[in-house]
Design a protein around this ligand. Structure first.
Ligand code: SF4
Ligand code: SF4
Length: 396
């Protein structure tokens, strides 16, 4: 039985722990958040209504509703909120944390969190399989030994390590690094989840445990930079791990490739595609990386690049962030069209025959959406790294 007063006090207490957390009291009820949200029509409480409910001392009603979970942490509401309320990093995760305290959470989410806690990855796989993606590449990917040095520590994170589609992207990125002579290495079975989805899902305690343990592990190696293909891993390593003392330079693989474009351009051959590009929420809107992926795409010979209507800071969501990919079946129960389906339809309308991504979760979500929306055969989903490799002519 939920005690409304107790829940309200917990909510108010927790919001104080976040930078600008108390700004929720400054909400002007403009409704921009609900109007921006992919789930604005389906959720029982938009962020605006969540805040009204806190004023009416009805936080208990929010945590018993679908609202904490009909959010995929796209950050669009936060980026547009005139009262600078940290909706995505604080308001919703705090409500999720409270909902979880009363066992109101999608079953699949509970399973993924248990897997991370027990096994160190959301797939519930043995970490001994972490480096399986690197088999059959035709070259060895260095698995770092304690004390060893590399220029780039390559963090793959869970999807790139264990999901079959995402593994293809990890292999493409590794192949490109190899071709460019980049000195990189991985942690293999000593890599664990980075945890950005755990944090956004409201499991703050588990996230802190993961961050501290990963930082301790990183201290065993010598490296100049961390590079990752996963925008959520990038975000946590760059912004969230700082709170626990982590200082290293963090890069997304598109930043490295855009620095090495002159070398790549010598290797590429013309392709005859019209392509569009989806800005991942945690690379673009959250971290401002819009130009590097476009610079790479525009340098691929023969490619015609067209923008979708919603691009850059207004980019739409794939529906997989903040744990959404784990509880897709819960989301399906409440929405007519999932965000990924809307997005591939939008991509198809540009006339593009390739939808480019720079995030393994996007590739998984959009490939499924292409099948559901009947766009199969007309719209191909590719990671930027895969298109470069096709242009180089090595296949992926
Ligand atoms: S956008 Fe911000 S200020 Fe406007 S209703 Fe939403 S939370 Fe309140
Ligand atoms: S972060 Fe995105 S999905 Fe979540 S409430 Fe805001 S706009 Fe909606």
């Amino acid at each position: 039985m939920i005690n409304p007063t107790e829940v309200l006090q917990s909510f108010e207490g927790r919001m104080k722990d976040f930078i600008d957390g108390e700004n929720f009291r400054k909400c002007i009820q403009c409704g921009i958040c609900g109007g921006s949200c992919p789930f604005g029509f389906y959720t029982d409480f938009t962020p605006r209504r969540m805040i009204t409910a806190t004023r009416a001392e009805l936080v208990n009603e929010i945590i018993e509703s679908n609202a904490p979970w009909l959010c995929t942490s796209c950050n669009l509401c936060t980026s547009r909120c005139p009262s600078r309320i940290p909706i995505t990093d604080a308001l919703i995760p705090v409500l999720r944390e409270l909902a979880m305290n009363y066992s109101h959470l999608p079953d699949e989410l509970g399973q993924a969190l248990t897997n991370i806690h027990r096994m160190g990855n959301s797939f519930g796989e043995s970490n001994r399989k972490r480096a399986k993606w690197s088999e059959g590449l035709g070259f060895d990917v260095k698995i770092l030994k304690k004390g060893e040095h590399v220029d780039y520590l390559f963090i793959v994170d869970d999807f790139g390590s264990f999901d079959l589609r995402a593994q293809e992207i990890t292999r493409s990125v590794a192949r490109l690094f190899k071709m460019l002579g980049i000195d990189f290495g991985i942690l293999g079975e000593r890599e664990r989840s980075i945890g950005d989805h755990v944090r956004l899902a409201g499991e703050f305690g588990l996230f802190e445990e993961i961050a501290r343990s990963n930082i301790n592990e990183f201290r065993n190696y010598s490296f100049e930079n961390i590079v990752t293909l996963d925008p959520h891993a990038y975000n946590s390593l760059k912004n969230e791990y700082r709170r626990y003392g982590f200082q290293s330079n963090v890069m997304h693989y598109t930043q490295i490739l855009s620095e090495r474009l002159q070398d790549l351009m010598k290797l590429m051959h013309p392709l005859n595609y019209t392509v569009t590009y989806h800005d991942p929420c945690y690379l673009g809107r959250k971290n401002g990386i819009y130009d590097e992926p476009r610079k790479i795409i525009e340098s691929i010979p023969g490619i015609k690049f067209v923008e979708m209507y919603r691009n850059r800071e207004n980019s739409y969501c794939c529906g997989g962030g903040g744990g959404g990919i784990w509880y897709d079946s819960y989301i399906r129960k409440f929405v007519k069209t999932r965000p990924a389906e809307e997005r591939v339809i939008e991509a198809g309308k540009t006339g593009a025959n390739v939808l480019l991504v720079s995030c393994p979760i996007d590739a998984i979500m959009f490939e499924d959406a292409v099948k559901v929306t009947g766009l199969e055969g007309r719209l191909r989903v590719m990671d930027i790294s895969e298109l470069i490799l096709e242009s180089i002519g090595k296949g992926v």
